[in-house]
Write a protein that binds this ligand. Structure first.
Ligand code: URA
Length: 232
């Protein structure tokens, strides 16, 4: 693993912050001053300002994101970030993003490899959304959503769509384009009033109140690793 990623995983700094520490010569690996291209092996001893650092373990947290929180690291408007809500000693970051007004299941982790794979369309990870929309709709609208609709960046990939109540549509997508659900529903003439994600990659919110989070179980982590080809 590159030294900057190692330092980020250890919770010392962001990757960019780690680059600065490395450039300033404050980081050593086995007593040698680390460089930007230094690779750290599991047995290596990394130190900052002469103090040995302990590598942090991998952490996986499921958050019930409440409305009004942002998925970015910092918000110019000063709204709380999802990272601030999650009380993890590890430096976890969100996998993908939800809009500030969207609620629901959000995974945060410091496992970069798993995060990249979960976000890759190739692994067809299910993202289930329930949207409250303007106007009543019929089967024709659901069919259009299933087949794909023209939105910014091209036609959406085939999806599952069903009616789950008056003015409520459940969509199951594998893609994760910016504002995708809102764009798709606006394109079929039913703008979103409220958006919730009850499930991400099979992880459900059961029992988690808005704003609450929990660590994934070993079984859940294994399931994600299997779903993304990290174990056979
Ligand atoms: N699609 C959207 O439009 N917004 C979200 O937050 C997630 C998916």
């Amino acid at each position: 693993m590159r030294l900057n990623a190692w330092l980020a995983r250890a919770g010392v700094a962001s990757r960019r912050g780690a680059d600065e520490l490395i450039k300033s010569g404050r980081v050593t690996v086995n007593g040698q001053v680390g460089q930007l291209n230094t690779i750290v092996e599991p047995r290596d001893q990394v130190a900052l300002d002469g103090r040995n650092l302990a590598k942090q373990g991998l952490a996986y947290v499921l958050l019930h994101k409440p409305a009004g929180t942002v998925t970015t690291a910092k918000d110019p408007q000063g709204r709380p970030t999802v990272v601030q809500l999650v009380d993890s000693p590890a430096r976890v970051v969100p996998v993908g993003r939800l809009d500030a007004d969207t609620t629901g299941a959000l995974l945060l982790t410091n496992d970069g490899e798993l995060a990249n794979r979960l976000a890759h369309p190739r692994y067809e990870i299910d993202k289930v959304y329930v949207a409250e929309v303007q106007g009543e709709f019929g089967e024709a609208v659901l069919q259009k959503l299933r087949r794909g609709v023209e939105i910014e960046g091209g036609v959406s990939a085939p999806a599952e769509a069903r009616r789950v109540g008056r003015g409520r549509i459940e969509l199951t997508l594998h893609e994760g384009r910016k504002h995708q659900v809102k764009l798709m529903l606006a394109a079929v003439g039913h703008p979103v009033k409220k958006l919730h994600r009850p499930s991400y990659a099979g992880l459900e919110l059961k029992g988690l109140a808005p704003g609450a989070s929990r660590e994934l179980t070993r079984v859940e982590i294994e399931r994600l690793r299997r779903a993304t080809g990290l174990v056979g």
